[in-house]
Ligand binder design. Structure first.
Ligand code: FES
Length: 473
């Protein structure tokens, strides 16, 4: 296999650089066969070129090795299979790949891949743009500064400025964030959320409410939770226009199925935030939608004016105090037409009621976004927990996890760093790649398909089904 590139010699990267023959001042030739190398412990990645236009790498997998589900907020990606067989997943789709398969992954789309259990796999990756995001998202060691209007970055994070904080309803504010000095932000899809590092040291996750086509700002809704852990109180009491925050690029664990014939949205309280972004998409794409929006009192209903301006659907506002009862989702779910997708986001009791009322439906048509884990479910699960062992592949350590401890407890006790936020399985911050073993998923953020795949787990809550798990730590 030989690749010839027109480039500056400065773009050559990686340990195999000397093997490339410089045939003229701007022509580089690579013998890719000579770069193929396997490691039974982990896939082998070798950078080929890093230039402003693109990054390219060769990646070699032993049978069964994989790249966990991830996405690149601003990079499009092209995968070319050079040797072997495997499987890729793009969103919920799974596709077999074989030599000469070429796969295009647009920026922002979640994807991953695995070599077949009986085949090695060699891929050529080409990602564009090259150096700016390579520096942002840890591909290779590119050290270029952000260019043009790309927002300033630090590691995997972005710096943004608070450009607006306004009351939307009683105890609800919307917060607008922009790149300092203007410019484009990484794209997002309806249902996505941001992880925000608050100046009080907390990481908090907030759903995006604005139009997914806006590239110059993010808008999140934040409800004041007096009994919460302090994140929303900080936002309400101390966050001001002009402050600079650090955020993670948007992630989406509540993606909208854009192929549905119609949509039923069930929102409770601040759960309206991701639902609003979804309704914006429906209105823009002329898809019929219905919204039942439940709040404790009408004064707490946020974004009502915006909702009223979005065509193609209807809004039913349920205020507990006005109707002297809590919202009953039963009638809404009893007659949902085939082809309709249901999306629900709200407090735990409402989610439980929707789950029960939708039990007759195909589970693939009902989607939930949790912002707190249901306490009773967690307690019931804890009672049945068993002890098991974790093996940490990269650290070459083996640790016991007693029945009354989580994997996260044990990792922290043994000084193994894991980034966390919610610590109750709702935010996806502690997602960890599983190399071997079956997982008993106890999270509220992976999709049913992702849980079934078992490629990753939330170590703050999930456990082993058997006696042993091997983790990529
Ligand atoms: S820390 Fe939020 S899912 Fe584990």
């Amino acid at each position: 296999m030989q690749a010839i590139a027109l480039a500056s010699g400065d773009g050559l990267a990686g340990p195999d650089a000397p093997r490339a023959r410089k045939e003229a001042t701007v022509v580089l030739s690579f013998v890719l066969n000579s770069m193929i190398e396997y490691d039974p412990k982990l896939r082998v990645r070798k950078p080929i070129m890093k230039v402003p236009a693109f990054v390219s790498e060769i990646v070699c997998y032993e049978p069964g090795q994989q790249t966990a589900t991830h996405h690149h907020p601003v990079q499009d990606e092209l995968w070319v299979v050079l040797e072997g067989h495997g499987e890729i997943w793009v969103g919920e789709e799974r596709l077999p790949v074989e030599p000469t398969s070429m796969i295009y992954i647009p920026a922002g789309v979640r994807h991953g891949l695995a070599a077949s259990p009986d085949s090695r796999l060699v891929l050529l990756f080409i990602k564009s743009p090259g150096i700016p995001e390579a520096a942002t998202f840890g591909v290779g060691n590119a050290a270029a500064a952000p260019v043009g209007n790309t927002p300033p970055v630090s590691g995997q994070k972005l710096r943004v400025e608070v450009t607006d904080v306004q009351a939307e309803a009683r105890d609800v504010v919307h917060v607008e964030l922009r790149a300092p000095g203007g410019g484009e932000l990484p794209p997002f899809e309806p249902g996505a959320h941001l992880a925000i590092d608050l100046p009080n040291g907390m990481i908090r996750h907030y759903s995006l409410a604005n139009d997914w086509r806006e590239r110059d700002r993010y808008v999140v809704g934040v409800a004041r939770a007096a009994q919460g852990r302090g994140g929303s109180l900080f936002v309400h009491q101390a966050l001001r226009r002009g402050m600079t925050l650090t955020i993670n690029p948007p992630r989406n664990g509540f993606a909208l199925d854009t192929s549905a014939s119609s949509y039923l949205f069930l929102a409770g309280g601040i759960g309206i935030t991701p639902i609003l972004a979804m309704i914006r998409w429906c209105a823009a794409n002329h898809r019929p939608w219905r919204l039942a929006y439940a709040v404790r009192s009408a004064q707490r209903a946020a974004f009502l004016e915006t909702l009223a301006g979005l065509g193609g659907g209807s809004v039913h506002l349920h205020a507990d105090d006005r109707e002297a009862r809590v919202f009953d989702p039963g009638p809404w779910l009893a007659g949902t037409p085939p082809g309709e997708q249901v999306y629900c986001c709200g407090p735990a009791p409402m989610m439980a009621a929707v789950k029960a009322a939708a039990s007759h439906r195909d589970a693939r048509t009902v989607h939930f976004e949790y912002f707190a884990a249901p306490a009773d479910e967690q307690q019931a699960r804890q009672a049945s927990a068993k002890a098991f062992t974790i093996e940490l592949r990269r650290s070459a350590r083996s640790l016991d996890v007693p029945a009354d401890k989580t994997i996260l407890d044990i990792l922290e006790k043994n000084g193994i760093p894991v980034v966390t936020s919610c610590r109750e399985g709702t935010c996806r911050t502690c997602e960890t790649v599983v190399c071997e073993g079956e997982v008993e998923h106890r999270d509220y953020c992976l999709t049913p398909q992702e849980q079934e795949n078992g490629h990753t787990m939330m170590v703050c809550v999930s456990r082993a089904k058997g006696e042993r798990l091997v983790l990529d730590l």
